[in-house]
Design a protein around this ligand. Structure first.
Ligand code: HEM
Length: 488
């Protein structure tokens, strides 16, 4: 499945990528002594590269960085922005001068669904909510959640026990999605979706697709009563119904759980003493529900995609799980010892970062890399591109978990690896996701080998997250029994 693209060799399913804009159309610096914007592709009059971004954002950003380097001017319709892939500039935007940046207007489409929750809010309301939620992600809490993560995985594996002998195939993406969804609901809200899982499974893909497809659309396009918009509103109302039910059930039961939902419900405004409104609660719960399962499920799906293509690495995982856990039950205590498996997941997050790109808007003029970032302009931070810069990642298309061995990690500049973003707005769930992914891979590996059905055309589809499209079909094979006891 190796493909040549733009003079580079892709080991992954990017073979469908083609260039669409003319690289000789360059918007140059406007003044030679103090350039306003770095050079970049000109694209069409007025629209710039908007049509390219709408039809294939990843290819457009990759091409731009390949052609123009670490700083690229991107003009997309009404937006002017800078694609940045130099780690020190990324650090500047996400960390050192983070106060000067808000999430870009492109997050408005996310706001249509998530409202004003932790992912989309700003300034004091963000800080209050972040402080409130943070304790739910402390290490002791993660240790307490590990058992629920393994229990949910066990339920899936029991179903797989019934599927495997029949020789039926599974869709790895759908399986991982359902699993991580069950885990987030159990760990953060101490709930079981039960029959309502069907609603989430049905509505979330509609919502997710619509967010991805309307990312570059105007407000008007998203508010007209078109069939696609109506479908989205209906799906959102149904999903909200599930979320309001989770909140109402907890309020009625007056159960005290040590989970995020309890923290949100017991929060009081310092000045007024008022609790959160149902709408605020809805926004936080929807945010956690969606941000907390989709990305991890895709990280796992891409990991299995890559493992199936690298049997030597897969054997390494099987050996490590056997050595560290043997036939025992995976637990939080094993997580730090699954060092090779962690590197495999980290490398998978490098090649296929589920949150493949994000962006910011400058609140006042700034300067990065000698270029001016004028107030109101955007900065594009695209992990998919940064993780493929050959200066940072030699032979970037090669799947090589050893890149994450400690000696290589320390040699790389910080912010050259940003699957979880960084700085104060970095992912609150990154440790949660790693613990979850490691325990799931360990539990699956003990019992099954996932073998991809041959000759599938799997491509990364950049919606709001990076999905393997149209899915990953695989057959399940029981691992041969091990008589080796854990020794690691
Ligand atoms: C592999 C899995 C995950 C990936 C790749 C990922 C990626 C990211 C990224 C890149 C951001 C920053 C977005 C930006 O700067 O605009 C982010 C933020 C966030 N993530 Fe994750 N995430 C993952 C798992 C999780 C999990 C498991 C949870 C919850 C349990 C979660 C909840 C959030 C929240 C609430 C934010 C917003 C944080 C804030 O702004 O304070 N994520 N995530």
């Amino acid at each position: 499945m190796t493909a040549e693209f733009n003079g580079r060799s892709f080991a992954g399913p990017l073979s469908s990528l083609k260039r669409t804009y003319n690289p000789s159309d360059v918007i140059g610096p406007t003044r030679s002594d103090s350039p306003r914007f770095p050079p970049g592709p000109r694209g069409y009059p007025i629209l710039g590269v908007l049509p390219h971004l709408r039809s294939d954002p990843i290819r457009t950003f990759l091409n731009a960085a390949d052609q123009y380097g670490e700083y690229v001017h991107i003009k997309a319709g009404p937006y002017h922005g800078c694609l940045v892939s130099d780690p020190s500039a990324i650090r500047h935007v996400l960390q050192d001068n983070a106060r000067n940046y808000h999430k870009s207007p492109l997050y408005d489409r996310l706001r249509d669904s998530l409202g004003n929750g932790l992912l989309t809010s700003e300034d004091s309301s963000w800080l209050r909510q972040r402080r409130l939620a943070q304790p739910a992600f402390h290490r002791q809490r993660l240790a307490a959640m590990a058992d629920a993560m393994v229990a949910c995985t066990d339920q899936m594996l029991e179903r797989w026990d019934r599927i495997a002998p029949r020789g039926d195939t599974i869709d790895v993406v759908a399986e991982m999605m359902a699993l991580t969804q069950a885990i987030i609901v159990r760990t953060m809200f101490s709930a079981d979706l039960g029959a309502t899982a069907e609603i989430v499974n049905r509505t979330w893909p509609i919502i997710n697709r619509r967010i991805g497809e309307t990312f570059w659309s105007t407000k008007l396009e998203t508010t007209l009563p078109l069939p696609a918009n109506r479908r989205f509103w209906r799906a959102l109302r149904e999903l909200e119904g599930v979320v309001y039910r989770i909140i109402a059930d907890r309020r009625q039961s007056r159960r005290e759980e040590e989970d995020l939902l309890s923290m949100l419900l017991s929060a009081r405004d310092e000045e007024t003493g008022a609790g959160m409104t149902d709408r605020q609660l809805r926004d936080e719960v929807v945010t956690m529900l969606l941000a907390g399962h989709e990305t991890t499920s895709l990280a796992l799906s891409w990991t299995y995609y890559l493992l199936s293509r690298h049997p030597g690495v897969e054997r390494g995982v099987v050996d490590e799980v056997g050595r560290v856990i043997g036939n025992g039950r995976p637990a939080f205590a094993h997580v730090d010892r699954l060092t090779f498996t962690r590197r495999v997941i980290e490398e998978s997050l490098r090649l296929y970062p589920p949150a493949w790109g994000f962006s910011r808007r400058a609140l006042s003029d700034d300067e990065i890399g000698g270029y001016v970032i004028p107030k109101g302009s955007l900065v594009f931070l695209i992990p998919f591109v940064v993780h493929r810069r050959p200066k940072l990642w030699p032979e970037p298309e090669r799947f090589d978990p050893d890149r994450f061995a400690p000696e290589h990690e320390t040699a790389r500049p910080r912010f050259s690896y940003i699957p979880f973003g960084g700085g104060p707005r970095g992912c609150i769930g990154n440790q949660f996701a790693m613990v979850e992914a490691l325990l799931i891979v360990a539990a699956i590996t003990q019992r099954f080998r996932i073998e991809l059905v041959p000759d599938q055309d799997i491509r990364p589809e950049p919606l709001i997250t990076l999905r393997p499209a149209p899915g990953i079909r695989a057959s399940l094979h029981r691992q041969p029994p091990r008589d080796v006891r854990a020794t690691g």
